[in-house]
Design a protein around this ligand. Structure first.
Ligand code: GDP
Length: 415
């Protein structure tokens, strides 16, 4: 009885052969079609001083004129005093696959006399996108909402050939736990191959020295040979030395290529011997776009969320600080209170919904039980009715109710 049922529940399901085609092997296609219809979302951020070729590279990457060529502001022109955050979206389609691409630009970064706080508006922007996502996630009746978190941040390093600048290090240190960092050497056609090799080594040494985590293709154990090699090739190019160009130039042999023409020859964007553009595009678009989205969700966002929720509780140190600073105490208490209220509200809604669901399923169960009982009783009554009907018919036709017994009695009586 009960024991064997429990045993069978924990036993691995038996492998059964199907007698004919059932159709669930079409499941991957169904899922695939659905996500195709829904489309994919990818948000990339570009950061670097103006004029480093950010817009050109984005146009080159996605082969669209997402950005109009900018007029380079003349020195001294008023460009505001802070880093701006601008975003452009485009729906692009390739072989029936729709991609909503959003590029977030950060004009002004590194362009001021004092760039100490250049990273701050960018961190704020990334965090507010996390907050928005968290808010959407906590809503009880959440409709399908957009994922506007930054999935990759391409950081443009000036091709100086020396080492990273303090602003580069500061930016990466502040950002590496919040976003997938992809450093690139901008306008690498302005450097020789040897210079690039040396510059890359210095950059990587700096990054390691400061404990900065940049995005690299993850190595999984069960990967096939080809993928492992592909990933290693990508890894060997980090930080990618890129060249961007939105125009086509003609080579002496007549071929038309995307590139930049110089008196001594043409630098081809799509030629792996000339620059790392191809490898960057491969990682960003062709092989690791999903990985970037997953890592954003599973690691970067998750850490942020955990930290945020933890901060909603009051720690010991914070209490001491608030006791000694009344204004901060009030402000913090209010913020905390509001956060708690919001959280409580979300939790209450969740609990309420859960309760309603439980109640509903209980009602449904008792409804079914009632229905079953009703059926049983009806069956029993019907049986009784038929028996009585039977009896009645026999009585009416004068036939004995129980023939054997009756005949015996009659014989006995006749004696
Ligand atoms: P942004 O301000 O970072 O968006 O830079 P733009 O993409 O507007 O480019 C600024 C200038 O640099 C333009 O004149 C581009 O043609 C040029 N440029 C863009 N990419 C490259 C490159 O890879 N190499 C060279 N030499 N010039 C580039």
């Amino acid at each position: 009885g009960g024991l064997s049922a429990a045993q069978s529940a924990s036993a691995p399901p038996a492998r059964k052969k199907l007698a004919s085609w059932v159709g669930f092997s079409n499941l991957p296609n169904q899922v695939h079609r659905k996500s195709l219809k829904r489309g994919f979302q990818f948000v990339a951020m570009v950061v670097g001083e103006s004029g480093l070729g950010k817009s050109t590279l984005i146009n080159t990457l996605f082969e669209t004129k997402l950005y109009q060529p900018k007029s380079i502001p003349s020195p001294g022109a008023d460009r505001g005093k802070t880093v701006q955050i601008e975003s452009i979206s485009a729906d692009i389609e390739e072989n029936g696959v729709r991609l909503k691409l959003t590029v977030v630009d950060t004009p002004g970064f590194g362009d001021f006399v004092n760039n100490d706080e250049s990273w701050r508006p960018i961190v704020d922007n990334i965090e507010s996108r996390f907050d928005k996502y968290l808010e959407n996630e906590n809503r009880v009746n959440r409709l399908k909402f957009e994922d506007n978190r930054i999935h990759a941040c391409i950081y443009f390093i000036q091709p100086t050939g020396h080492a990273l600048k303090p602003i580069d290090i500061e930016f990466m240190r502040r950002l590496h736990t919040k976003v997938n960092l992809i450093p690139v050497i901008a306008k690498s056609d302005t450097m020789t191959d040897d210079e690039i090799t040396l510059f890359k080594q210095r950059i990587l040494a700096d990054i390691a020295h400061h404990g900065i985590q940049i995005f690299v293709p993850p190595q999984y154990e069960d990967e096939d040979e080809e993928t492992i090699q592909e990933n290693e090739e990508i890894l060997s190019k980090v930080p990618f030395a890129v060249v961007g160009s939105d125009h086509v130039v003609q080579l002496p042999d007549g071929r038309q290529v995307r590139g930049r023409a110089y008196p001594w020859g043409v630098i081809e964007v799509d030629n792996e011997d000339h620059c790392d553009f191809v490898k960057l595009r491969q990682m960003l678009v062709r092989t690791h776009m999903e990985e970037l989205r997953e890592h954003t969700n599973d690691v970067l966002y998750e850490n942020y969320r955990t930290e945020k929720l933890r901060a909603m509780g009051v720690s010991q140190d914070e209490t001491v600080f608030r006791e000694t600073n009344p204004a901060a105490k009030q402000a913090e208490e209010r913020a905390l209170h509001e956060a708690k209220l919001a959280k409580m509200e979300a939790e209450m809604k969740m609990v309420f919904q859960q309760k309603v669901q439980e109640k509903e399923s209980k009602l449904k169960q008792s409804e079914e039980e009632l229905y079953a009982r009703h059926r049983e009783m009806k069956d029993a009554l019907e049986k009784q009715r038929q028996e009585l009907e039977d009896k009645k018919r026999r009585v009416e036709t004068g036939r004995p109710l129980t023939p054997e017994k009756g005949s015996k009695k009659r014989f006995g009586l006749g004696k």
